[in-house]
Every structure is written in C-alpha cells, then in structure tokens.
Design a binder for this molecule. Sequence first.
Ligand code: TMP
Ligand code: ASP
Length: 235
Amino acid sequence: MTRGEKLYEGKAKVVYATDDPDVYIQDFKDSATAFDGKKKGTIQEKGRLNNAISTRLFSLLEENGVQTHFLGKDSETAMRINRLDMFQVEFVVRNVAAGSLSKRIGYPEGTPLKNPPIVEYYYKDDALGDPLLCMAHLDELGVISREDLEKATAAAVKINSVLKGFFAERGLTLVDFKLEFGKDADGVIRLGDEISPDTCRFWDSETGEKLDKDRFRRDLGGVEDAYEEVLRRIS
Ligand code: TMP
Ligand code: ASP
C-alpha cells in the first residue's frame, strides 16, 4: 500500500495516510521516552519488535472476537490500520500492583489485587501529564459518553482475560497494560494504538524478571533482550 502524507508523529510511532481515506499506516520507531518525555533514548530494533509483538496480539484478540484497528502487515516496522476517531482517554488494566498504583495506594509491587482487574481512566493530555480521572471528571470533560465508556471497559476486561491466559501459558505474568480505543467510520468501537512491552508490564512467572519498558524507565539494562524474549515466547 502506498504511503501518503505523514499525519502524526508521536514518541514511539509515526502515522501515514494511504490512498484509502479509512486506512492508515502505523510505523513503529526505535526511540523510547518515559516520564512524559523527560527521559529519552533509543532501543535498538524496538520498531521491528513492537510491530511483530503488536501484530501477534491484535491477531490473537481478533481471533477471540475483539474488534481492533489491525488490518495487516505493511513492512518489518509497520502495520496497516483502520482510521479511528480516538477517545482522549487511556485505559489502564491491572492484575498485580506495580508502578503508579503501588505509589497511589501503598501496595508493594507484586501484590496481587483482591478482585482483578482494576480498570483506570487517564486523560490523554501531555500538558497535564496524563492525569488519572474519576467518573465525575470524565462526565465533566465529556471526552467519552457513559455508554461508550461502558463498552470500552467491557472490551478492556475481555482483552485482559484473553491476554492474561495467553501469557500465563508462556510463562509470563501480565501485570498491567494500557489501551486506547476509538470509533471507526461505522461508529464501531475498536482497540487502537499498540500492545507491546512499551505499554504492558510482563514479568517472568518463575523468576519475576521484568521483560518490558520498566528496564528502560529504571535503567535495569538488557532492554532489547527483554523485548526479544517477549516476541520469542509469543511466536
Ligand atoms: P503506571 O503504573 O505507570 O500507571 O503504568 C501502568 C501501565 O500503563 C504500564 O503497563 C505501562 C503503561 N503505560 C503506558 O503505556 N504509557 C504511559 O504513558 C504510562 C504512564 C503507562
Ligand atoms: N511513554 C510515556 C512517556 O514518554 C511514559 C511511559 O511509558 O513511561 O512519557
């Protein structure tokens, strides 16, 4: 498919138009950022690895009846996707306490949640640092209707059950992850963005070793090897 105009360049991906107005190309970059872009770096081969990992996981979800924006492979680092009108909300799904949840409620990292998953909503606004929103904030902002919020939350819970089991069979604990949803030209809610070690926490079920972007965020080393290992286990 021919790449048209560059429509958007984010911290980890570039989106291009194509000759079909409802199809875009999403190209994954090697660059990595953390803490609202304050920390910057490059993870060798990340574009290729995240494209391959996201491709595998979007395909798995489609096989399990979850509607996503994934259409097919475009190149080693890029995929064809449906154009979506994205909700300005990030959905974070958690099975085990880690990261900001541990800071917020005082559970040590690794504490299993009593009634998983927890689904949290964050406002996609870089200038505000993507703050956590409660229901009253969502209603006030009007970034998503209650009906769409309920549908997307149900999809997030379903996605968690599919992915959690899939990773468990491959010796990985799905600790938490971030999802973004939008509506296609027919008004259907679909999962967009990516599912990769940039946007998920994966821990080895036996050793507890971190196999995700926390290795970059926390300067643990072995970042590329961790992403490679995730791809190897799911291939
Ligand atoms: P958190 O514990 O820092 O809130 O992160 C929860 C999950 O969301 C974790 O798997 C990483 C992912 N995440 C993103 O994909 N993008 C972000 O900007 C942040 C803060 C987290
Ligand atoms: N991607 C986000 C940023 O660059 C945060 C993160 O993943 O930690 O700020």
